[in-house]
Design a protein around this ligand. Structure first.
Ligand code: NAD
Length: 496
């Protein structure tokens, strides 16, 4: 339980929201729905949506290309004001967002609140970045005496924003708001599992005054994403999701005629945490359990492989297992729940088969019994598995499964090398009170975000860059002072 107590007031308002959403909502009302959205916790129908057709994709791109010059000409200050207004509307619609997020993505109330806060943080930070970076006069550059040399930033054109289901509001919003802040128009394609919350979000952009051609909602599955990214009129794509899909998009963008595209991708990870014998056991226990099991392990930053120094490993593991056994699994709408469902049957099948394969090889495995109430949903039993090395894992296991390995004090460098050898480079945790160890791991590891003596999941978004290298993303990262400019083109004007 992270922030349960202060949320009682939010819960009190839930009855009203419940009745609002009790009837399945139809996202594109005039159209024949082609997609049913079901709650991962119990399979109930919570809404319907029509996927974009090839004709829709063509028409939305045409409109986005036509609208881009005037959106760019509006300037950073006006765009920033509009994004701030969107953030205000997100806050005013808090209860609605929390309710949809819980049902559609199966998030606990704690996670849903964090998700909304992150979405608002992205909007406000990118609004400030639009004002800072996109001024009419730009920046003065050094040049020959008597000349004026100015650098100004401009939008590139129509961008595609393609998002994952695991942060259906926060990451979706960030991927839309970044390119918009830079003067691009945006075709917003949410994950097929979570179109409802994304559709409401885009409605709020329009209510805030962002013109309807400037940001358009283009729901559908990977086929719709592929149609968007194959179109030569697209200036680039902002993407978060799996490494495999990033490769497919990269190929599509590179294979088109037309302008060379900009591709910004945040992808998967194989995230480890190293705990040496100087670490504080209570702190380690709290941070390991949160990093591995909060959000049912469905965070790109989540802990997958815990390395424990052998002389403290048994004691640490006993404490971690104690906290693990106390986790409450169940309906995310219940305030007592720590671990909700995974997103769908496909995700559940992949995780269950990984756990079964690990058991077959004779490894030690600790598991929860699933409560009876979980039978209708796509729940995966929270699991701890002992392994030899991170090299035993061949892919990202995106759910509530923690692997534990041991190392000797003189093997620290080899452990970091093995983590680097996965090719992923998203997050790494270290629990150690020894400064020299921290410096050594920091210098040797190849990750985007390094967390010392804390959990691996709760970063500040917007102002703090987040993302990885290698198989984990194109880098630099989402958020931070270099992000929004990545969607812009630079123009240098020299006047004698
Ligand atoms: P996914 O790659 O399956 O899907 C992501 C999006 O891509 C969806 O909208 C999907 O419809 C679309 N898509 C699929 N095929 C496409 C194609 N050929 N062309 C264009 N679009 C296509 O990922 P997911 O299962 O939704 O999300 C989980 C993954 O996202 C995990 O790997 C996780 O690590 C990663 N992730 C990374 C970060 C980060 O910041 N690095 C954050 C969250 C999630």
């Amino acid at each position: 339980p992270l922030v349960r107590e202060p949320l009682q007031a939010v819960l009190a308002e839930f009855d009203r929201v419940d009745s609002w959403i009790a009837e399945p909502t139809t996202l594109i009302a005039a159209a024949t729905p082609t997609r049913q959205v079901r709650a991962p916790s119990n399979g109930a129908l919570i809404g319907t949506c029509r996927d974009a057709t090839p004709d829709d994709v063509d028409a939305t791109i045409t409109a986005a290309v036509a609208a881009q010059p005037s959106w760019d000409a509006l300037g950073g200050a006006a765009r920033g004001d509009l994004l701030d207004r969107v953030a205000d509307l997100y806050e005013e619609n808090r209860d609605l967002f929390l309710s949809i997020c819980q049902r559609e993505a199966g998030k606990t109330l704690t996670d849903a609140v964090l998700e909304l806060r992150e979405a608002v943080d992205f909007l406000r930070y990118y609004a400030a970045e639009a004002r800072r970076l996109f001024t009419a006069e730009g920046e003065a550059l050094p040049g020959p005496t008597g000349e004026s040399n100015r650098l100004t930033l401009h939008g590139r054109g129509a961008f595609v924003a393609i998002s994952p289901w695991n942060f259906p509001l926060a990451i979706f919003t960030g991927l839309v708001a970044g390119p918009l802040a830079a003067g691009n128009t945006v075709l917003a394609k949410p994950a097929e599992q979570t179109p409802l919350i994304a559709g409401y979000a885009i409605d709020l952009f329009h209510q805030a005054g962002v013109p309807s051609e400037v940001v358009q909602f283009v729901p559908g599955d990977g086929k719709v994403g592929a149609l968007l990214t194959a179109d030569p009129r697209i200036a680039g794509a902002a993407f978060t999701g799996s490494t495999e899909t990033a490769r497919a998009i990269n190929r599509a963008l590179a294979g088109r005629d037309g302008p060379l595209a900009q591709f910004v991708a945040e992808t998967g990870g194989q995230n480890a945490m190293i705990v040496d014998s100087s670490a504080l056991p209570e702190q380690v226990t709290r941070d390991v359990v949160a990093s591995a099991f909060q959000s049912a392990g469905q965070r790109c930053s989540a802990l997958r492989v815990l390395y424990l120094q052998d002389d403290v490993a048994d004691a640490m593991l006993a404490m971690i297992r104690g906290a693990f056994e106390a986790l409450v699994i169940g309906d995310p709408a219940d305030l007592a729940t720590d671990v909700g469902p995974v997103i769908d049957g496909e995700a559940k099948a992949a995780l269950d088969s990984h756990i079964a394969a690990m058991k077959q090889t004779g490894r030690r495995v600790w598991q929860h019994d699933l409560p009876a109430g979980c039978a209708k949903g796509t729940f995966v039993t929270p699991t701890i598995i002992e392994i030899e090395s991170i090299a035993d894992l061949t892919r990202e296991n995106f759910g509530p499964v923690l692997h534990v390995a041991r190392f000797k004090a003189d093997e620290l460098d080899a452990v970091v090398d093995a983590i680097n050898a996965t090719g992923f480079g998203l997050t790494l945790g270290l629990h150690s009170r020894i400064d020299a160890t921290r410096r050594c791991v920091q210098a040797r590891s190849k990750v985007g975000n390094f967390y010392v003596n804390r959990n691996q999941i709760g970063a500040v978004v917007g102002s703090q860059p987040f993302g990885g290298e290698g198989l984990s993303g194109t880098g630099p990262k989402a958020g931070g002072p270099h992000y929004v400019a990545r969607f812009a083109t630079e123009r240098v004007t020299c006047i004698d």
